[in-house]
Structure formats: C-alpha cells, structure tokens
Design a binder for this molecule. Structure first.
Ligand SMILES: *[C@@H]1O[C@H](CO)[C@@H](O)[C@H](O)[C@H]1NC(C)=O
Ligand SMILES: *[C@@H]1O[C@H](CO)[C@@H](O)[C@H](O)[C@H]1NC(C)=O
Length: 297
C-alpha cells in the first residue's frame, strides 16, 4: 500500500496529550491490531476499536508516532499499544520522534515492489541490507528493549531470503539465524488472498523457510487483479477462519486486517467489502466482528 508522507514531515508539533501506549495484557488474545493510515488526519475514529470488550489491542499508521505532529489527537485517549514503522530507510534519522513507550518497531514498507507501482521505496536486497545493518545496530543501541520486525514483503519471498542471507551470511533459517547481530526479531509480511488454505500454507511455508516468528501487518479477503469483488459474506467467513487459525499459531505474534479506512483512496483498490470502518467513520459489521475475536456478530 502506498503511503507518501512528504507533506506530513514538515509538521512537528509537540504533543501535549498524555500518551496511552500500554499493551493490553488482559485481552483474551491480543494479537489483532488496526492499520489506520496517517492520511486520515484525525486519530479519533481508531479509538472505537479499543473498548473494554474488544479483542483488538494495538494499532499502527505506517509512521513513527501519532500524536506528536503526524495526526490530530483531538484530546482523544486511545487505550491501545501504538507500534511505529520505519516506512523507508530515511525515517530513522528524520525529524519525527518515535511514539513514547513503544515496544515493537516495523521495518521498511514493501521494498520488494518496483517503483512504478508507487507503494514502496523499491530497494534491491543488497542496498536494503546495507542500510538495515547500520540502522538495526543504532536502533538496538538507542532502544535496547524494542523488538524489531523485518522489512515487510508485499509478496516476494526470494527478496526476503536474499536479504536474510546478506545480513546473516554465517547462519540459516534452520537455526533461526543463530546469534546473528543483525537478525530481525520478527519476520513481517503482507498477504492478500481469498483462499483460506492458500493463506495458511503460504504463511506456514514462510515461517519454515525464514525461521522467525511472524507479524502479518496487512491481510484481507482480496486477490489483486483476479478476484476483485468478494461478497461481504465471503469476506466475513474468510475473516473468521483466518483469525481463528492465526490465533492458534504460537509463531504468529500479531496481525492487522486491511483495513480501517474512512477515505476510499486509502484502501488502494482493496475491495470496499473489507472495510472495518464505513466512509463516515462508523464501525462496519466486519469491524465489530474483528473486535469480537473474528467471530461473526
Ligand atoms: C483539548 O483540550 C483542551 C483543554 O481542555 C481544550 O482547550 C481544547 O479545545 C481541546 N481540543 C479539542 C480539539 O477538543
Ligand atoms: C523477487 O526479488 C528478487 C530479489 O530482489 C528479484 O531478483 C526477483 O526478480 C523478484 N521477483 C519478482 C517476481 O519481482
């Protein structure tokens, strides 16, 4: 998905709000999160997902913080963990600050896609691995307790395998990359499909071949190009089955459905039937299902 922050970088407002960034340890499962793009402007709508009964526990916005200049905070309290992302290799040392109290950091967004798609920084594994080695060392020096997730694949497993072999040439997936100082704590991926069996097999194969616990930071019942308009009933069943499975796999750390958008443009062609929020910002039935551990409401 395409997130261009250039205009937003210029804003650097100091936060006056108290930051709610605690993990929801009391949640029955707690793996489910919300991707709510920084382009939506106000963070207030996302607070709807974090009611006391909701199983949703965390969120991200493809940026480093939410109430320190990149989104309007509107005095809203968001009772959830916020997870920052280094969308590109430029983010670590830019002017924006990390969300206070963050515990996990997501890596570069979809570097495996060619530039013309417009969604990514389009890096070859060699270039990405050089930047990564330099940056992951800095991150761990500055934030020793933060867990770092890898660059996030749109889909190319060869890319991430090449990347891992470049940063950890002495090791392999079989021993989870051993003591390699540059290895990510988690493997991060996206996966768009309408086929539950394909979804499970693809993630299981990726886990086996990359040897790391995983975060799925974007998934939906959607297959680009071939199956453009899944029915709402199909999407709902897909959500129930995939979430049930994700919750059972101990090597899946977190996941986030795509998506919680108000503005259709932020869906980036993913079918409207996958919406967790409607175009007015209210929860959809699917959004309520997502807050109910994926079980149909
Ligand atoms: C936020 O709270 C302050 C202090 O109570 C108030 O002055 C301000 O108008 C509020 N802003 C919004 C957007 O509600
Ligand atoms: C996947 O990534 C590798 C490594 O960068 C590249 O050589 C290959 O062309 C990519 N495959 C596709 C389908 O883009």
């Amino acid at each position: 998905m395409y997130y261009n922050f250039i205009s937003i970088w210029l804003l650097a407002i100091t936060a006056t709000n108290a930051v709610e960034n605690q993990a929801r340890a009391t949640k029955p499962n707690g793996k489910a999160g919300i991707g709510f793009p920084v382009q939506e402007g106000s963070a207030a709508p996302v607070s709807q997902f974090f009611t006391p009964d909701s199983t949703v526990s965390w969120w991200f916005n493809w940026h480093k913080n939410w109430n320190q200049g990149v989104m309007q905070a509107d005095n809203v309290t968001i009772d959830a963990e916020f997870i920052p992302m280094l969308w590109s290799t430029e983010f670590l040392d830019d002017k924006a600050s990390f969300q206070e109290g963050f515990t996990t950091l997501l890596g570069y967004n979809e570097p495996d896609l060619p530039a013309h798609v417009g969604v990514s920084i389009d890096l070859e594994p060699a270039e990405a691995s050089d930047k990564w080695k330099e940056q992951v060392v800095k991150i761990r020096e500055r934030y020793p307790n933060v867990k770092v997730a890898s660059p996030v694949m749109a889909s190319n497993k060869t890319w991430i395998l090449d990347f891992m072999n470049l940063i950890c040439p002495e090791y392999s997936a079989i021993d989870s990359w051993g003591n390699c100082q540059y290895k990510p704590d988690y493997l991060l991926t996206h996966l768009y499909s309408t086929d539950v069996t394909y979804f499970k097999n693809t993630l299981s194969d990726m886990h086996r071949d990359l040897g790391l616990p995983m975060i799925i930071s974007e998934f939906a019942c959607y297959h680009f190009n071939t199956d453009p308009h899944p029915e709402i009933e199909q999407v709902s069943t897909y959500m129930e089955n995939t979430m049930n499975w994700l919750d059972q796999q101990e090597w899946i750390i977190k996941y986030a459905w795509f998506g919680a958008m108000i503005d259709s443009a932020n869906l980036h062609n993913v079918d409207e039937t996958n919406r967790l929020l409607d175009d007015k910002g209210a929860l959809t039935d699917l959004g309520k299902q997502y807050m109910n551990g994926g079980k149909k409401v």
